[in-house]
Write a protein that binds this ligand. Structure first.
Ligand code: FAD
Length: 148
């Protein structure tokens, strides 16, 4: 695959899954299972972040497959107000090993996660794609460096 075929998309959305923790965990589990299967099949990698109110997701892959996947995601009633924070070409993938990595509130790095929530309240005006990207990237690769 040519490097210039690669795109990165970062979005933020409101959670619409209601119910107790068990129900939410079950729904998220289903989202991750289908995501990992379908993403692996079409060469999409990335990471998903969840808190009670919001999702944030980084998707990377070839343009057409990314667009197709994102169109499905946008229609999903389990979230709403999907706002694209970033969509650009990239030289190389950053979540190479992850068809869909996951950060929950209970993640080991919850201190950092809590800080980002506190700083922004997940307000899209405050939260940039770069910030989400950095948080997810450091979580899964141990590196803050962006090499796009
Ligand atoms: P089907 O499974 O045939 O479902 C048909 C419709 O019902 C779809 O609109 C689907 O969104 C919706 N639906 C399915 N299950 C439920 C449910 N339990 N409750 C309510 N509605 C439901 N998919 C990926 O392939 N890759 C991803 O990276 C990815 N990330 C996601 C991130 C978030 C935050 C969310 C909410 C969903 C994500 N999904 C992802 C799931 C995606 O939205 C589709 O549900 C999934 O890809 C299956 O698509 P389908 O057309 O086969 O739908």
């Amino acid at each position: 695959m040519m490097a210039q075929d690669l795109y990165r998309l970062i979005y933020l959305s409101n959670n619409e899954i209601t119910g107790g923790n068990a129900i939410i965990q079950q729904e998220i589990g289903q989202i991750l299972t289908i995501s990992r299967l379908r993403n692996a099949a079409v060469g999409i990698t990335g990471a998903l972040m969840f808190n009670k109110n919001c999702f944030a997701q980084v998707l990377e892959g070839p343009h057409d497959q990314l667009q197709e996947t994102f169109e499905r995601i946008q229609c999903d009633p389990r979230h709403s107000n999907v706002i694209i924070l970033n969509f650009e070409t990239m030289q190389a993938r950053h979540f190479t090993q992850w068809s869909m990595a996951y950060v929950s509130q209970e993640a080991a790095d919850s201190e950092q996660f809590a800080k980002i929530q506190k700083d922004s309240g997940f307000d899209p005006n405050q939260l940039t794609g770069e910030r989400i990207y950095d948080l997810l990237h450091v979580q899964f690769t141990g590196s803050r460096k962006k090499q796009s």
